[in-house]
Write a protein that binds this ligand. Structure first.
Ligand code: FAD
Length: 406
C-alpha cells in the first residue's frame, strides 16, 4: 500500500528551481511538498555561481546577511586568459544591485541554506530520497505524483505539480510535453586538482585557439572544467592520460607540478551538455520550470540564476491564487509567457558561444592572438558592463512580489 499525502502544491526536484519555488510558496502560506531523489544536496556537478540578481532576491527576502556568512568567494571582475593574454571581460562593480559581485559557493551550501530557511514555515515539507516516478492523472489533468522512497511508495495529490526535476525530467516526459533540442557540439570533462600557495587568486577561464578550460576556485582545490567536442571522450581516452595532462598544462602552466594527480580516468567525469526547451511548459495541473523546461549549457554560468528567476516568477504569479485553491492552465501559461523570452535570449547566446568560441572551429594557431570582440573589451573598460549585466542580472530580472503569510 502506498503512503498517501494531500497538499496544495508538490514540487519534483530540490535543485535551485525547486527549492526556491518551495521556499517562496511556503512563505506565502501555501502547503507545499518538495520531493528530491537524492539523500542530500552534496553532488559534484553543480554550478557554484550565485549571481548578483539572486543575491538581490536574498536581500529582498531579508536573508542576505545570514547568507553571506556562509563561506564563499566574491568575484567582482571576470577575467579570461585568451591565447595566453589576460583580458578583463566583465565588470560587476557598476551593477545597480546591492552585491556587485558573483558569489562562488558550493551549490549544496546554497540549497541547504534555502531548505533550512524553508523549514521555518509550517506549510513546508521536504522529502529526501523521494524519486518521482510517475504522474497521477484524472480526466486528462495532472493531479499529483507517485514517488519511490526509502519506506516504499508515496502518492502525493496536489492542486499543482511543479516539475523542477532538471534536464532529464521525468515529469515533462510523462506528460508528453514536446521538447525542442538544439544541437550542442560540446561536452565537459569535470575533475578536481589540488591548489597550492602562489596559485592565481580567482576563478579563471582559459580560451586558447577556440578551446576552453575553466578553473573554479573551491577554496582548497580547483574544480576544473575542460570543454571537449561532443562524443570526443573516447578518442581522448585512447590518446592516453599523459597527453590529456599535457593538454591541461597547455592552458594553465601552474598545474604542471600536479596534473599527475589525475592518474586514473575514474577521476575525470564526463558531463553531457544539452540545450533544449519545451514548446509548452505546462498542461492542466502541471508546470515545468528551470532545466526541466529549458536545459541550459554551462556557457556563461547562468543556468542556476535562470532557474531561480523562473521560481520567483512562479511564486509572483501563482502564490496568491494557490493560497485559496487550484490554478488553471491559463494561470500557468502566464509563467511561460513571462520567462520564455529571457530564456530564448540566453539560450540563443549560449548556442552562439558554442558555435563560435568553444568548439575548436577557431583553431588556427597562427590567427591574431585576440579576437576582435575581446580586443574591444580590453580597450574600452565601459563595455565590460554589458557582459556583466547579461551574466549578473540576465534579461528581465525578477523581484519578490509574492505575499508573505508570516
Ligand atoms: C557541466 C555543467 C556545469 C554547469 N555549471 C553552471 C554554473 O557554474 N553556473 C550556473 O548558473 N549554471 C551551471 N550549469 C547549468 C545549471 O546546472 C542548471 O541550469 C541548473 O542547475 C538548473 O537548476 P534546476 O533546479 O532547474 O535543475 P537541477 O539543478 O538539475 O536540479 C534538479 C533536481 O531534481 C532532482 N531530481 C531529478 N529527477 C528527479 C525525480 N524524478 N524525482 C525527484 N527529484 C528529482 C535532482 O536530483 C536535482 O536535485 C551547468 C551545467 C552543466 C551541464
Amino acid at each position: 500500500m502506498a503512503e498517501k499525502l494531500q497538499t496544495r502544491c508538490v514540487i519534483a526536484g530540490g535543485g535551485p528551481a525547486g527549492m526556491m519555488a518551495g521556499y517562496l510558496l511556503a512563505r506565502a502560506g501555501v502547503p507545499v511538498a518538495v520531493l528530491e531523489k537524492h539523500a542530500d544536496f552534496n553532488r559534484d556537478f553543480r554550478g557554484d555561481t550565485i549571481h548578483p540578481s539572486t543575491l538581490e532576491l536574498m536581500y529582498e527576502l531579508g536573508l542576505l546577511d545570514e547568507f553571506l556568512q556562509l563561506p564563499h568567494q566574491e568575484l567582482r571582475e571576470l577575467r579570461a586568459v585568451v591565447n595566453g593574454e589576460v583580458v578583463p571581460t566583465a565588470d560587476f562593480t557598476k551593477l545597480p544591485t546591492r552585491c556587485k559581485f558573483i558569489a562562488f559557493m558550493p551549490q549544496w551550501d546554497f540549497l541547504n541554506f534555502l531548505s533550512s530557511q524553508a523549514k521555518r514555515f509550517p506549510t513546508f515539507q521536504l522529502f529526501m530520497k523521494a524519486e518521482v516516478a510517475d504522474l497521477l492523472m484524472e480526466n486528462s489533468r495532472v493531479v499529483g505524483v507517485r514517488a519511490k522512497t526509502a519506506n516504499g511508495e508515496l502518492e502525493v495529490r496536489a492542486d499543482l505539480v511543479i516539475g523542477a526535476d532538471g534536464r532529464h525530467s521525468t515529469l515533462h516526459a510523462r506528460a508528453g510535453l514536446e521538447q525542442r533540442e538544439f544541437g550542442v557540439p560540446i561536452d565537459v570533462l569535470w575533475m578536481r586538482i589540488s591548489k597550492k600557495q602562489g596559485d592565481p587568486k580567482q576563478t579563471l577561464g582559459f580560451f586558447q585557439h577556440g578551446k576552453l578550460a575553466v578553473l573554479l576556485d573551491r577554496d582548497d582545490y580547483w574544480q576544473c572544467g575542460f570543454v571537449i567536442p561532443k562524443g570526443g571522450f573516447a578518442e581522448i581516452k585512447e590518446r592516453g592520460l599523459t597527453r590529456f595532462q599535457s593538454d591541461l598544462v597547455s592552458f594553465a602552466d601552474f598545474l604542471r607540478d600536479r596534473v599527475a594527480e589525475l592518474d586514473d580516468w575514474s577521476k575525470i567525469k564526463l558531463l553531457t551538455v544539452q540545450v533544449n526547451r519545451l514548446r509548452d511548459w505546462c498542461c492542466e495541473g502541471l508546470l515545468c520550470i528551470g532545466d526541466s523546461a529549458h536545459a541550459m549549457s554551462p556557457a556563461g554560468g547562468v543556468g542556476i540564476n535562470l532557474a531561480i528567476q523562473d521560481a520567483v516568477a512562479t511564486a509572483n504569479l501563482l502564490a496568491e491564487k494557490l493560497q485559496s485553491g487550484p490554478v488553471g492552465v491559463e494561470d500557468l501559461r502566464q509563467v511561460q509567457a513571462r520567462r520564455e523570452w529571457p530564456t530564448r535570449l540566453i539560450q540563443g547566446m549560449q548556442i552562439f558561444i558554442h558555435r563560435r568560441v568553444v568548439t575548436g572551429r577557431d583553431s588556427n594557431e597562427k590567427k591574431a592572438s585576440l579576437p576582435f570582440v575581446v580586443r574591444l573589451l580590453k580597450w574600452f573598460p565601459v563595455l565590460r558592463q554589458l557582459p556583466a549585466r547579461f551574466i549578473g542580472l540576465g534579461p528581465r530580472p525578477e523581484h519578490i512580489r509574492s505575499p508573505t503569510a508570516v
